[in-house]
Ligand binder design. Structure first.
Ligand SMILES: Cc1cc2nc3c(=O)[nH]c(=O)nc-3n(C[C@H](O)[C@H](O)[C@H](O)COP(=O)(O)OP(=O)(O)OC[C@H]3O[C@@H](n4cnc5c(N)ncnc54)[C@H](O)[C@@H]3O)c2cc1C
Length: 353
């Protein structure tokens, strides 16, 4: 008999199981898919926090301040713990002057956590809370892979969205948590994602990072009906959410030629445009500018279950990672850091530490 059942072998679930084992418990991790790592394996691997808490609040004003404080205060200790497990560090910086953190190799991070997590049962989705009362940690990653829930909560254009995430996260944690008596968080209509090259572009899982179109700040952004939008955030989370609500979930990014050399973190606008063109996206050139048609790519839903600072949904049921809502509401903060901190907290609380 396991001491703890963890649903989901992605970032939050593997963290919770590894922490539980460190505390002397014998958890079992159930995973819906045939592989571990969830969206974490596809990610850029940057685990980060804002440099100062006030800026975190400004960027994500609708989030639960207690959970934000917890993530902010426990990210650094979580990073040291990940390194102690042997997760391979690529760079000790985020490339963003507003944030601090570490870029891991996503594959290396997944491998180190998998090794530390103990027993993982693949192709074994959790369908309901264990009847025998074993403590449960929900870590199923949110509901971005569920078109029906996206249509209900996010956009009527849900069928047009590009899923820019692993395919397993279809809202099971939310459903099971609510059935256990849990409550929904704020911000169920919000998600993190990226504008991506529009069809007929071919976007494979391994292209999710490379094909991101992160230059709305240098572009004139318009819907297919000609409505304009001005980017408001450095993460451009507002742009992708706006795009998701436009016809076809699409938007054109028109960039004047003189802006093609601008850099957004490690890439130039020109490199991102050419990546979209080579993937097969509609691209128009002329009149001193280049325009790329993009589609909203959904990476992670930001609404989910409400938890307290112990990551508790209801007694005996805990949640972490994308299953927890209300942390980044109104903006974007590191999903990997939230999964790291709340995964550790969920294990500690479930074991009564
Ligand atoms: C392309 C890309 C780039 C990203 N880059 C970054 C970045 O640099 N920094 C950052 O902070 N975040 C980034 N993210 C987001 C980050 O990956 C997620 O926030 C993080 O993985 C969330 O962790 P999680 O454990 O909640 O979900 P996941 O890591 O996705 O794991 C959830 C797991 O649960 C499984 N599951 C679902 N339902 C069930 C069920 N019923 N029973 C059992 N298992 C189930 C899924 O199959 C999956 O394996 C990125 C994501 C993508 C896709």
């Amino acid at each position: 008999m396991p001491d703890l059942v963890v649903a989901g072998a992605g970032m939050a679930g593997l963290v919770a199981a590894a922490r539980a084992r460190e505390l002397g418990a014998e958890p079992v991790v159930l995973e819906k898919l045939q592989r571990a790592g969830g969206s974490m394996r596809l990610s850029s691997g940057v685990v980060w926090r804002h440099l100062d808490f006030e800026r975190f609040r400004e960027d994500c004003p609708g989030g639960d301040e207690r959970l934000q404080r917890l993530v902010f205060e426990r990210t650094d200790e979580g990073l040291r713990w990940l390194e102690s497990l042997g997760a391979a560090v690529q760079v000790r910086s985020t490339g963003n002057p507003l944030t601090t953190g570490v870029r891991f190799s996503a594959g290396g991070l997944a491998a180190a956590l998998f090794e530390a997590a103990g027993e993982v049962r693949f192709l074994t989705p959790l369908r309901e809370r264990p009847a025998d009362g074993t403590p449960l940690v929900l870590a199923t990653g949110g509901f971005q892979a569920n078109r029906r829930l996206l249509r209900r909560h996010v956009t009527v254009h849900a069928d047009e969205l590009l899923l820019r995430a692993a395919p397993g996260s279809s809202g099971d944690g939310l459903r099971i948590g609510l059935a256990a008596g849990g409550r929904r968080s704020e911000g169920l209509d919000q998600f993190y994602g990226r504008n991506m090259p529009a069809p007929p572009a071919r976007v494979r899982e391994q292209d999710f990072v490379r094909l991101g179109q992160l230059y709305a700040r240098h572009a004139e952004v318009t819907s297919v009906e000609g409505e304009r939008y001005e980017a408001r955030t450095w993460s451009e989370v507002d742009v992708v959410q706006w795009t998701a609500r436009q016809p076809g979930a699409r938007a054109w990014f028109r960039v004047p030629e003189e802006s093609l050399g601008e850099r957004v973190r490690e890439r130039t606008v020109s490199e991102m445009v050419e990546a979209a063109a080579s993937a097969g996206a509609p691209v128009r050139r002329g009149d001193g500018s280049v325009s790329v048609e993009t589609v909203a790519g959904v990476t992670a839903t930001l609404g989910g279950l409400q938890v307290d600072e112990r990551a508790e949904v209801v007694p005996g049921v805990f949640a972490c990672g994308g299953d927890v809502g209300g942390i980044a509401t109104g903006g974007w903060s590191s999903g990997l850091a939230a999964a790291l901190v709340l995964g550790r907290v969920a294990a500690e609380s479930a074991l009564g530490v």
